[in-house]
Design a protein around this ligand. Sequence first.
Ligand SMILES: Cc1cc2nc3c(=O)[nH]c(=O)nc-3n(C[C@H](O)[C@H](O)[C@H](O)COP(=O)(O)OP(=O)(O)OC[C@H]3O[C@@H](n4cnc5c(N)ncnc54)[C@H](O)[C@@H]3O)c2cc1C
Length: 380
Amino acid sequence: MRETPQGFLRPICLRPTSSEEESLFDAVCPGARIAHEPSNLEADYHPVWGPLIETRLGWSSDPALRRNASSGGALSAILTHLLASGEADYVVQNAADRTSPIRNALTISTGAEDVFRAAGSRYAPSSPLQDIGARLDAPGRFVFVGKPCDVAGLRQLARHDPRVDAKVPYMIAFMCAGVPSYRGTSALLKAMGIEDESAVTAFRYRGDGWPGFATAVMADGRKFTMNYDTSWGTILNRHLQFRCKICPDGIGEFADIVCADGWHCDDQGNPLFDEQDGRSLLITRTGKGEALVGRAVAAGSLVTEPTQISQIAHMQPFQARRKGLVLSRVGAMVLTGRRRPRFAGLALADNARKLGMKENLRSFLGTLRRLVAGIGKPLS
Ligand SMILES: Cc1cc2nc3c(=O)[nH]c(=O)nc-3n(C[C@H](O)[C@H](O)[C@H](O)COP(=O)(O)OP(=O)(O)OC[C@H]3O[C@@H](n4cnc5c(N)ncnc54)[C@H](O)[C@@H]3O)c2cc1C
């Protein structure tokens, strides 16, 4: 995986591939295909929120981890429990690159300190599957943490490669609104008042509170910050790659457990971004994910409280609409002769219908305009 001049990570082919390898990529790569196998689903399928066993709110019982993490640290609390209980030998996850704090790196966590360091959302490209072939041959069982697309890719690989189920006891995702490029990170640093990126010695996009502040610490000790509403809502979300705009799974449908922000809402049901004690939304999608949450609570790592499925749309209004927009956008790709990904079993037509004719038309025309303007250029 290499960083492109546009600031995204893309796979580079290092040798010619065989036709068997190519058909495997086609079946497994989440950029090309995202499809449920209905016979493999253990839970009832909710058309908007995917396979659902149980929905809760939760946070880490360790106040330091809860504060350091992205929302309530529920995801990291589960990882810490898995390592402490010996259910997994290590975790494959993403963290700040140790040599370049404004870049992401795949990291291997073997204990609570590593998990603490990796906690928090990093709104930039990541490739936690980059060494999956070698990793599946290495000793030890590992928990995999990734974006919904990373987890969908690994789950799809499991249908073709028995090593995945043997080596990966749990796959955990977080909800994802899309991946901004590193140009987004540069724009953010600039807007924070930083001229020289190379002088940044530590950088977080949020966390250290909920939602916390984008914070850069400089070599001379100066500290620059920006609130979440401004950093995500006005800068980073303008740098998303096109593939994320047609993503049918921002909610981690292929994971055993998915975590998200359990935002508090105002009287109109809109999320509030005032600083609060962190709270994650926690959805279990498989029986073993549900049992794991039960064990993490019983062991005292994780605190949970009940919530209703009907509340998810208030906490996640963007995700609630998102699946409905996919078919109209993909339709615009087809009309302009672009190669399109294949999606199946995700209730996309139901969601599009619910959105109504006007919204579908608006989404189709908006995407068409964008694609026509960019004809001949690769989709970034
Ligand atoms: C690009 C992006 C978009 C997101 N969009 C949404 C959204 O639409 N709605 C929503 O509710 N939440 C979104 N989040 C996730 C959210 O910010 C929290 O991760 C989630 O609320 C869980 O919080 P937590 O405190 O339980 O997790 P934590 O305990 O903080 O754990 C976070 C985990 O995410 C991993 N991680 C962080 N950044 C990346 C990355 N770039 N790639 C792969 N793994 C990473 C870390 O390794 C860690 O294991 C997004 C996160 C990212 C990185």
